[in-house]
Design a protein around this ligand. Structure first.
Ligand SMILES: Nc1ncnc2c1ncn2[C@@H]1O[C@H](COP(=O)(O)OP(=O)(O)OP(=O)(O)O)[C@@H](O)[C@H]1O
Length: 306
């Protein structure tokens, strides 16, 4: 079994009367990417800041790389690569100077050779390292901040909505970099409010709403609950009720020899039932994960906080 990098135990945070995080229990192992998904105000940033030891929990605790995130926060700070949601950099320093400054501040030595690992990542992301950070576009500043998070090859990356300002190519390359880090053994927690982003990079998805964890599943599991829209054309109209007992079948509309329906979950029982009839044509389209996700969890947020 791989090593546990993050473990939270009933981690809770209140801001005055607002319950921002309510008894979160979650674990993250080395080599895993956990997508932390939730709408605005769900508690994602609060969780990441609790894990960084920048916030004191109201109750419960977070253990990060074997340290209590709050009580041993300097050890946690030194070991974690954090990309905050609101990136703030020194505007007059260039990207290269920023990296060098942070490297020294953290007592890291620059890898030997003319091209460091990060120079390579910078090139892939198209970061302009020789310009003052203040003159860069939002997306390019974001890329510099990502390089800062990767500095020193940390065993845990906490990335708060990291691809907000990036164009699609930048996002794609960024996701590749994250996967490579995970394959090299880093644990990654990546927050986002869009499933399509998380689905590209995560192994598991935690969904949080109004401070509560409402789902923690592998992407494989989420895909298993995916819905198929199916359109079948038969040689002759099947008898009424022929598909009544097929599990997961909804929205059934039969018009003579044509059948349209939605299959939720495994499609195999439906296919086996179809085999009893002469099928002329069949078109099946898998709803994308976003649709599946919205169907399962997309009901209105409401104010569930107490
Ligand atoms: N410093 C604070 N003081 C009071 N309330 C706060 C504070 N920070 C966050 N909150 C509240 O806690 C809740 C969770 O906020 P948080 O920023 O963690 O959400 P989020 O999921 O990161 O949202 P977003 O996607 O908008 O960044 C929200 O209701 C927010 O208003």
């Amino acid at each position: 079994m791989s090593e546990t990098v993050v473990r939270t135990e009933a981690l809770t945070k209140r801001y005055g009367g607002t319950l921002a995080l309510d008894r979160l229990d979650v674990e993250l192992s080395a080599g895993q990417v956990l997508g932390f998904l939730g709408p605005n105000g769900a508690g994602k940033t609060t969780t990441l800041r609790l894990l960084m030891g920048s916030l004191r929990p109201s109750s419960g605790r977070a253990v990060v790389l074997g340290h209590d995130a709050w009580r041993e926060r300097s050890a946690v700070h030194a070991a974690v690569g954090y990309l905050p949601g609101d990136v703030r950099l020194w505007p007059r320093l260039t990207g290269a100077q920023t990296l060098e400054y942070m490297r020294r501040l953290r007592g890291l030595t620059r890898p030997a050779g003319p091209v460091s690992d990060l120079d390579d990542v910078a090139k892939r992301l198209g970061v302009e390292l020789d310009r003052p950070v203040g003159s860069l576009s939002k997306g390019n500043r974001q890329k510099v901040a990502l390089l800062l998070a990767l500095l020193g090859d940390p065993p845990l990356l906490l990335l708060d909505e990291p691809t907000g300002g990036l164009d699609p190519l930048g996002q794609q390359e960024f996701h590749r970099v994250v996967r490579e880090r995970a394959e090299a053994g880093a644990a990654v927690l990546l927050s986002s409010h869009v499933l399509s982003e998380v689905e590209r990079v995560a192994d598991r998805v935690a969904v949080i709403r109004s401070g509560r964890l409402i789902m923690l599943e592998s992407l494989e599991e989420l895909r298993r609950t995916a819905r198929h829209s199916v359109h079948v054309r038969f040689a002759q109209p099947p008898p009424p009720g022929a598909f009544d007992r097929v599990p997961g079948l909804t929205d059934v509309r039969q018009d003579g020899a044509q059948l349209r329906c939605t299959v939720q979950g495994e499609i195999d029982p439906f296919i086996k039932t179809l085999a009893g009839f002469q099928v002329v044509d069949l078109v099946s389209h898998e709803a994308d994960l976003e649709e599946t996700f919205l169907a399962l969890y997309g009901h209105s947020d409401g104010d569930e906080r107490r």
